[in-house]
Ligand binder design. Structure first.
Ligand SMILES: Nc1nc2c(c(=O)[nH]1)N[C@H]1C(S)=C(S)[C@@H](COP(=O)(O)O)O[C@H]1N2
Ligand SMILES: [Mo]
Length: 404
């Protein structure tokens, strides 16, 4: 696809079988959710796609995109270049036997796990197909700057700013699936559970990666996606099916989606009680689970890039917000005394590319600052509020350059 259509409904062509499956009747009912569909092959690493060192920085089971490898002319992040965040490892799943189980007491006809409706990919593909462009970003993006810039390191993957991308997903609206199955008026939460191996940390087995979202978000714009940028999902990004929760913390978008529980009560998992909430001395003990991503900005430059004494070079960067588009980007080359407007290059869903004409400077070390503001007036502070998990580092990052 050449243009990122935000919403491209195709004609609904519901065959009889899928109507039956999506109505929860007939042979599709009564199959219990299956745990991990395939054991990882011995030789597999935690990430299956190639991670060339000029494009990625690898941290164990995770890998971030190098901003200096981004092509300024390309709006979307190619799937092979998108960051990967795996709690354990990428499973190899068979799309032909793949089934998504849907159950819970929030369905209009409540179903136990044993009575779950099983949906095949072909059942889902009969619903209206949507293409949605989103910024896909990890909650911990920028975490390393809690230490590097604020002197208060937070434990967890020491991402710089590359745990983000903009992609166009292909799939069906979760609302279309749930409405056809029938949801009760009392539905509260939808728990999405992955088929990757259980997450074990310091001797504790937390079970499979899973996190609930409120029914309102589920019915608003959540997608069940099988494609990215016109291709099937790569295994690392959730093949054959993942949840996509636009604008929200990356953890909400559960990969390798094995089951959905629609519940009439609030659901919890360690991923919304223990992690992905603000905790620490500065936060109340009952801080809610994190949802909408903050505003962040990055330069498409390596740290320590050489810039010319004489001005004129055009520098590029991108900014994004989980809440909507970016309205304004300001740049400072004098550590924040003066801010100038960057030139905004995109007015479409996803992140915003911008450019700035380097004015030139005396030889020596210098710092570039970029600060974005979204359409809701949310902007980037100079200091991010510390939290134990190192989430939501949204402060302006001081990008070092050298003039010679
Ligand atoms: N099943 C499962 N889903 C998951 C994860 C995971 O480890 N397992 N990681 C989450 C996190 S923390 C993020 S940021 C995104 C990363 O998606 P990506 O690897 O496709 O970029 O997936 C989320 N969904
Ligand atoms: Mo994440």
């Amino acid at each position: 696809m050449s243009q990122p259509a935000t919403e491209t409904p195709a004609m609904p062509t519901l065959g009889r079988r899928s109507l039956l499956a999506l109505a929860g009747a007939g042979a599709a009912v009564g199959v219990a959710p299956q745990r991990a569909g395939a054991a990882p092959a011995e030789a597999d690493g935690p990430i299956l796609k190639p991670l060339p060192s000029d494009q990625f920085v690898v941290y164990g089971t995770n890998a971030e995109m190098r901003w200096d490898s981004v092509d300024p002319g390309r709006f979307r992040t190619p799937q092979p270049r998108l960051f990967v965040r795996n709690h354990t490892r990428t499973p190899r799943l068979d799309p032909h036997t793949f089934e998504l189980s849907v159950f819970g007491d929030g369905l209009s006809r409540p179903r136990s796990v044993d009575e779950a409706v099983s949906l095949r990919l072909r059942d889902l593909r009969r619903l209206p197909v949507r293409h949605v462009t989103t910024v896909h970003e990890c909650t911990g993006n920028g975490r390393s700057y809690f230490g590097a810039q604020q002197g208060t390191p937070a434990s967890g993957t020491q991402w710089k700013l590359g745990a983000v991308g903009t992609v166009t997903w292909e799939g069906v609206r979760l609302a279309d699936v749930l409405r056809r199955l029938g949801i009760s008026r009392g539905a509260v939460d939808v728990m999405a559970t992955g088929l990757d191996p259980s997450y074990v940390d310091k001797g504790t087995d937390y079970g499979p990666v899973r996190r609930p979202i409120p029914i309102g978000k589920a019915l608003d714009d959540a997608l069940l996606a099988w494609g990215m940028n016109g291709r099937p999902l790569l295994p690392d990004h959730g093949f054959p099916l993942r949840l996509v929760v636009p604008g929200w913390v990356g953890i909400a978008s559960i990969k390798w989606l094995g089951s959905l529980e629609v519940a009439s009560t609030e659901l919890t998992s360690p991923w919304n009680t223990k992690w992905y909430r603000m905790t620490g001395p500065d936060w109340p003990t009952d801080s809610p689970p994190l949802t909408v991503n903050p505003v962040r900005s990055a330069w498409e430059l390596a740290e320590g890039t050489q810039l010319p004494q004489r001005g004129g070079a055009v520098l590029h960067g991108r900014s994004c917000s989980g809440a909507g588009r970016i309205r304004r980007v300001e740049v400072s080359v004098d550590r924040g005394s003066r801010w100038e407007r960057a030139r905004i290059e995109d007015h479409r869903p996803g992140w915003t590319r911008w450019s700035y004409r380097w004015p030139g400077a005396a030889p020596g070390p210098h710092t570039l600052l970029a600060r974005a503001t979204d359409v809701h007036g949310r902007t980037q502070p100079l200091t991010a509020r510390f939290n134990d998990g190192g989430y939501f580092f949204d402060a302006v990052v001081a990008h070092p350059v050298v003039v010679r």
